[in-house]
Structures are given as C-alpha cells and as structure tokens.
Write a protein that binds this ligand. Sequence first.
Ligand code: DC
Length: 222
Amino acid sequence: MASSPFIIVAIDGGAASGKSSSSRTLSERFHLLHVDTGSFYRAVTAELLRRAIPAGDLEAVRRALAEITFGTRVQGRSAQMEIGGRVAGEEIRSREVNGHVSHFAAIPEVRTALLAYQRGQADVARAQQFRGLVMEGRDIGSVIFPDADFRFFLHADPEERARRRANEGQQDSIAERDRLDSSRKTAPLACPAGAVSIDSTHLDLPAVVDVMGKLIAAKLAP
Ligand code: DC
C-alpha cells in the first residue's frame, strides 16, 4: 500500500444526482478520504445566516470571511469542516440552508475563501494515510482539481432527483438550486471537457459505482 500512488477522484453533478452515495462507497472500496464540498458551502451558509448576514450584503460577507477560521476534522473516512473549532451539525441540511446556499455559493469571495481549503484536503488525506481522496461538488473536476486522476460528472432527470430527496425526507428546491448553480458566473455547474459523464436516472447505486470502480481499479492494478 505504501508504494501505491495517491489518487484524486472528482465527482461533480447537480443536487441528488448520486454524488454522495457513490463517493462514500468509493471511499470505502479504495480507502479514500471522502470530501463533500457541498457540506462546506452549507457550513459557511449556516454560519453567515447565524450572523444574520444576507447574501446581498457583500461587505458584511467579506468581513465575516476574514474573521472565520476553518479547520478539518476527520471522522471515519469523512472530512468535516470546522468553523471556529466546531463542526456544524444537522442544521446544514435545514430548509433555510437549502434555500440560501446557492446564493452564497455564487459569491466569488466565498468561492475564493474555500478554494485553498478544498485543495488542502489532499494534505489532510496524505497525513492520515489515505490512499487518496474522493471529492464531490460542482466544480471539482473543472476548478479545484482539473488534473484529478478521475473526473466523473453525474446527472439524472429532475423528477427522479426530486423523488430521491423526498425519500430522504428532505424538502429541497432542486430545480431552483440547479438553475442558480448552473447559471452563476464563477465556476458554474457544467460537465468539464474530458470528464466521464454518467446518467444515473435509470441506474441504481451499485451500477454507478461499478462504472467508476472499474476505471479506478484498472488504473491501480499493477
Ligand atoms: O451538494 P449539495 O447539494 O450539498 O451542495 C449545496 C450547494 O453548495 C449547491 O447548491 C451549490 C454549492 N456548491 C458549490 O457551489 N460548489 C461545490 N463544489 C459544492 C457545492
């Protein structure tokens, strides 16, 4: 294991496209640190909402970002963002955060504040002896790790994605978030050139992971 290469797997896609389930499964199969960057944007959103800062108040957003200190706690195979030494809880999946996160994520200063932090997760993975990392988000294969060893882009019909979220007991404005995430100027959600695009509408999780896992295993094989 010590001599095997450190690998970076990027998985991008819209809300409820299957990123989290497939990332988690790959992290177990290949001993990779699982990094859910959506949870980072959600944690920052929850913190800004806690400070009663609206997404329209750029000055206040800038001031808050300059004050906030970010850290990482590894729990199991998963990287959790710490803000001021505290890992955010279930509030990051609340309806309020669902409704605001795309607005904060569209602010270039917010994205810049998280850029080095996200890239730094590779150092966290190395320090904790992982074989690599699997990072999920919207701009991982395009902006954060454009040279990742594997870049996947997941998509699925909006009706199917809404059904998945409802099954998880979540109220989420998927179509509206996708519209905002795809149309923003900085790092919009889009399948980057050269990424492997997978339509998961009619595929179950094992089938999606099978496609990804075979490609990864083929490269890791001696
Ligand atoms: O993956 P998610 O639905 O938990 O992500 C929440 C929001 O965070 C999503 O609507 C857009 C934003 N996001 C982003 O802009 N870039 C990323 N790399 C990950 C998430």
